[in-house]
Design a protein around this ligand. Structure first.
Ligand code: F6P
Length: 552
């Protein structure tokens, strides 16, 4: 590690590899994707890679062989591979929290050994997976009954951030694999409306709450969990003895779980070396496992593992997460791109980008390096996007004709899911849009082409598409649990690569703390009109207006 640190601590923007890329950028500046394809028609097939079930096309990027070579040299010089190996070995690469970063250990086979401080963690991982499996089978078979003896029909996961977004996204993504007789809902917002809407039509006697919180101190989750307990006991007219049948916890903090009143027998544990946004294939995935069954959950884990192994062992030239991270660096640091769009052409992936927002922005939204020194280079992008066809009729105008460079990932599937039946017939139209958009973004439409259509001269500029907008296309056969795992691991490691190059700690999240502390201080001012020392004049006035509007 000491060599890694030494390498990483020399300033990124002073490295010869950085200067070489800046010079190369200037030389390539005028190149249009049309020219790059004219010069090298083979790039449409040559600039493709395969990992597991994912076929990746990166030919529509503003890169040449030379760009890619220089980017790989930057990765080597900044110690990406050493840091990657240190992560897989269980070293404490989360420096500000002094923790190992081992979400990859959550999906290794039971025969593997992964050590943290000389202790193997794999047997613990599989013991929890086994406990989750037993619980899942009991719920799905009706053997686990509520306080009144009725089987569970409704699952409500209460958690926020990484304790919500992963399972909520994956539940949507894998709906076709779920037990449709179960109602599964996710509550995250401390706005009481979220819990209200989640439980208002549920029968408490058939409802199980899964309280998901790594720390079990997160105010939103504990507030919602407490309200859920009150609702349940009120509906059942029961005392605390009913809690054990209707509440389970997913956490690293047994003490707080017990304090809340949940029997630690009904707690599924994970460990401090699993970051919140990297946790949904730990016990945090319990609601998903109940929904899709343990077999499909394990298939998903195998998908993650496949990409982990690829990232760990594939040569740099064929390493897909490395490539995605390097392309991100190319646009963010050399083309001044501020944002990155992720556009799935699958309705089932409607929450995918929201999930990636936390993964990417909480990981790489940093402005000091691993030694605490301010960075002089741009770091993580704004990640955004929704399912593609809807986006086409909303914000794609800006992608095509706006003034910003926004690299975008297009994710699509060759086959519709079988259960769509006749509706699967719409799939070709969906995918025709998918392919048409990346073509239009890359190649645009020249003024000459517009004129050739007989368009009036004054409208030619309006109907011209500059093109040259870079995109990655990720195509898989079908959205299966394994493919979902592969996709997520791909992005996890992409985010890792970028953070490693920028020399930031991608695994802490101190930036969310200040707002939490201030909210705690402001609440008494809203409720009781208490004086809040140090409240700024704008917020003081807003609090007063709020109190007036509330009639306080
Ligand atoms: O937003 C900060 C954060 O700590 C996330 O990293 C985490 O996923 C979320 O809060 C929830 O934390 P917990 O699982 O401890 O309730």
């Amino acid at each position: 590690m000491s060599e890694t640190n030494a390498q990483a601590s020399s300033r990124l923007d002073q490295r010869p590899e950085w200067h070489a890329l800046a010079k190369h950028h200037d030389e390539l500046a005028d190149a249009h994707l049309r020219d790059l394809f004219d010069r090298d028609p083979e790039r449409g097939t040559r600039y493709t890679l395969q990992v597991g079930d994912l076929h990746l096309d990166y030919s529509k990027h503003l890169v040449t062989d030379e760009t890619l070579r220089l980017l790989r040299e930057l990765a080597a010089a900044t110690g990406v591979f050493e840091l990657r190996d240190a992560m897989f070995r269980g070293e404490r690469i989360n420096v500000t929290e002094n923790r190992a970063v081992l979400h990859t250990a959550l999906r290794v086979p039971q025969s593997a050994t992964v050590e943290v401080d000389g202790q193997d963690v794999v047997q613990g991982v599989h013991a929890v997976l086994y406990k989750m499996t037993v619980f899942t089978d009991r719920v799905r078979s009706g053997e686990w009954t509520g306080h009144t003896g009725r089987p569970i029909k409704n699952i409500v996961n209460i958690g926020i951030g990484g304790s919500d977004l992963g399972p909520a996204m994956a539940y949507e993504a894998l709906r076709a694999y779920t037990d449709r007789s179960l109602t599964v809902r996710f509550v995250s917002n401390v706005d009481g409306a979220d819990l209200h809407e989640a439980v208002r039509d549920l029968d408490a006697a058939e409802t199980l709450f899964i309280i998901a919180s790594k720390t079990f101190t997160t105010i939103e989750t504990i507030t919602n969990a407490t309200a859920a307990r009150d609702w349940l006991l009120g509906e059942l007219g029961a005392g605390d003895e009913a809690v054990a049948k209707h509440f389970v916890a997913l956490s690293t903090n047994a003490e707080k779980v017990a304090e809340f009143g949940i029997d630690t027998q009904n707690m599924f544990e994970f460990w401090d070396w699993v970051g919140g946004r990297y946790s949904f294939d730990s016990a945090i995935g319990l609601s998903l496992m109940v929904a899709i069954g343990s077999g499909a959950f394990r298939e998903m884990l195998a998908g993650f593992h496949l990409v982990d192994e690829h990232f760990r062992t594939a040569p740099a030239e064929r390493n897909v997460p490395l490539l995605l991270g390097l392309l991100g660096v190319w646009y963010i640091n050399f083309h001044d791109a501020q944002s990155h769009a992720v556009l799935p052409y699958s309705h089932y992936l409607s929450r995918f980008t929201a999930y990636l927002q936390q993964l990417d922005m909480e990981s790489d939204g940093k402005s000091v390096d691993r030694d605490g020194k301010p960075v002089d280079w741009q770091t993580g992008p704004v990640v955004w996007g929704t399912p593609g066809t809807n986006g086409q009729h909303a914000y794609y105008q800006l992608l095509h004709q706006g003034t910003k460079l926004i690299p975008a990932d297009f994710i699509g599937f060759a086959r519709p899911l079988a259960e769509l039946g006749a509706l699967g017939g719409q799939h070709d139209l969906l995918m025709a849009n998918f392919f048409a958009q990346t073509q239009a973004l890359a190649f645009g439409k020249t003024p000459e082409e517009v004129r050739a259509e007989g368009v009036a001269e004054e409208l030619v500029p309006h109907k011209t598409f500059r093109g040259n907008h870079p995109t990655t296309t990720i195509l898989a056969n079908e959205l299966t649990p394994s493919v979902l795992g592969q996709l997520i691991a791909l992005y996890e490691h992409k985010v890792f690569v970028q953070g490693a190059i920028w020399n930031i700690d991608s695994f802490d999240q101190w930036g969310v703390e200040l707002g939490k502390v201030l909210a705690k201080r402001i609440e008494p001012a809203l409720v009781e009109g208490a004086e809040v020392p140090g409240l700024d004049p704008s917020t003081t006035a807003l609090v007063a207006t709020y109190r007036t509007l509330r009639g306080r």
